[in-house]
Design a protein around this ligand. Structure first.
Ligand code: EPZ
Length: 422
């Protein structure tokens, strides 16, 4: 397994380019199951999770073709013309829980599906009860047999669904299912993330009748069939936020090309409150760090609140800020594992339930550390950028799931970072 070595103490300066959004691309690629026509997607990030999704779709019978991409990322052609298999097996779903999103489209178009339940993961139990409850309300017969969901429905019917939690995945699964259902579906307390809006935009290009994507109530009028479409995936707001924290914590001056202020409101507010100087430009955001960040309190919330996927990154900045910060994680029950690794690098973080009390220290010191989940692993890279001595990060496959060539992008703006084959 590869390792990443980082030697800190360098101010980051220059320009970094944000890739396409992993969490928008995953459901959008899966939505190609809803038509037998060709779908063309641009700016798809070259990530492990994307390749896992393409393998999953190919296993169902989707024709997948990569076309040469002029800009960054991958341009893909997908065509679900002859679906030969309606099963998503455990091996694939357990490596990437977003595979569970094939359930809605398979049910809607083919009337049946057999999908492994994703099971828990490092950051929490992550149940799928809201996905299943919504599909059952749309008339699907749902059975859970040996860790699989066996679902069938002659024809899904529109329903009025209230989500107990604004679940991103449940909103996406149910939105896709509803596009081909009979009648109107109303999803209340829907997730409002930009990735939901991007999925909605791609579905509408396919002929779906959807209103309210990105708001609390999404309304979908089912149609008989969807046709092919061409769609450019939005930039990855979490990758953008990660690079902005890197600039702030090294006292650097970086233009993050592709960063969209309208996708990062709460985060930008907190980064400014911590003392970073931000200027929103055409096509990106310039970030100038000061000599030491100020401490700020953070509570993660569903969008448009502060994103849980940027919590670990901000914890690094707070670990060397002047003062004490309280970080409250309300989305996942076990998303502080990076705190234990940061403490090994000299941070002073005390965990109390879903609260982390972060007392800023002068600096961090390099150490051998281990990645545990995607965003925790990138927080260790950020910590390495700070620490004067060398930090060695193992299990970087977690990193490769969500960050496209991160060591190349950070080296380009002055970081001393390299990947070594273990
Ligand atoms: C998506 O996960 C993202 N993944 C996550 O990003 C992100 O952290 C999360 O949304 C929250 O923003 C993708 O988009 C592929 P949820 P998802 O359903 O859909 C509970 C990353 O690092 N819940 O909104 O799984 C659940 O346990 C990843 O890129 C139920 O109780 O998130 C969690 O506590 C990590 N029942 C909360 O809701 C359900 O049926 C939010 O989960 C579904 C969810």
């Amino acid at each position: 397994m590869d390792k990443i070595l980082v030697r800190g103490g360098h101010r980051l300066e220059g320009e970094v380019v944000v890739s396409g959004s992993k969490n928008a691309a995953l459901p959008i690629l899966i939505s190609s199951l809803l038509t037998s026509d060709i779908c063309e997607y641009h700016h798809v990030p070259d990530l492990m999770d994307i390749h896992t999704t393409l393998k999953l779709l190919a296993g169902l019978g989707v024709r997948v073709e990569k076309v040469q991409s002029a800009a960054g990322g991958m341009d893909l052609l997908l065509q679900a013309e002859t679906i030969t298999n309606l099963r998503a097996v455990y091996d694939l779903v357990k490596t990437m829980r977003a595979s569970f999103l094939v359930l809605g489209p398979l049910l809607a178009r083919f009337g049946e599906a057999r999908v492994s339940t994703p099971g828990g993961c490092a950051i929490g139990a992550r149940p799928v009860n809201l996905h299943l409850k919504g599909l059952a309300q749309m008339g699907a017969k749902i059975e859970r047999v040996h860790g699989y969901v066996e679902a069938s429905a002659k024809k899904l019917k529109g329903a009025r669904i209230y989500l107990d939690l604004p679940s991103v995945g449940a909103t996406e699964n149910l939105m896709m299912a509803a596009t081909l259902a009979e009648g109107k579906t109303i999803i209340e307390n829907a997730a409002k993330e930009p990735e939901i809006e991007d999925l909605g935009a791609a579905l509408i290009k396919m002929g779906a009748k959807i209103n309210g994507c990105g708001a609390d109530i999404v309304t979908i009028d089912g149609v008989d069939r969807l046709h092919g479409a061409k769609h450019d995936v939005i930039p990855d707001r979490i990758e953008a936020g990660t690079f902005m924290v890197a600039a702030a914590l090294t006292g650097g001056d970086v233009f993050v090309q592709g960063a969209r202020a309208d996708h990062l409101d709460a985060f930008l507010f907190k980064l400014r409150e911590a003392g970073a100087e931000l200027s929103v430009r055409e096509g990106g955001i310039r970030v100038k760090g000061n000599d030491r960040a100020g401490s700020v309190d953070i509570t993660t919330l569903p969008y448009p609140g502060f994103p849980t996927d940027l919590q670990a990154q901000m914890m690094v900045l707070m670990s060397v800020a002047g003062g004490v910060s309280v970080i409250t994680e309300t989305i996942f029950e076990n998303r502080f594992m990076h705190a234990l690794e940061l403490n090994r690098m000299g941070a002073d973080i005390r965990l109390e339930g879903n609260r982390a009390i972060v007392r800023g220290v002068e600096n961090l010191s390099g150490a051998p550390v281990m990645a545990t989940d995607l965003r925790a692993s990138v927080s260790l890279v950020l910590a390495g950028l700070l620490a004067r001595s060398e930090t060695e990060i193992s299990r970087v496959y977690h990193l490769d799931r969500g960050y496209e060539h991160i060591e190349k992008k950070l080296s380009k703006v002055g970081a001393d970072i390299k990947r070594v084959k273990a």
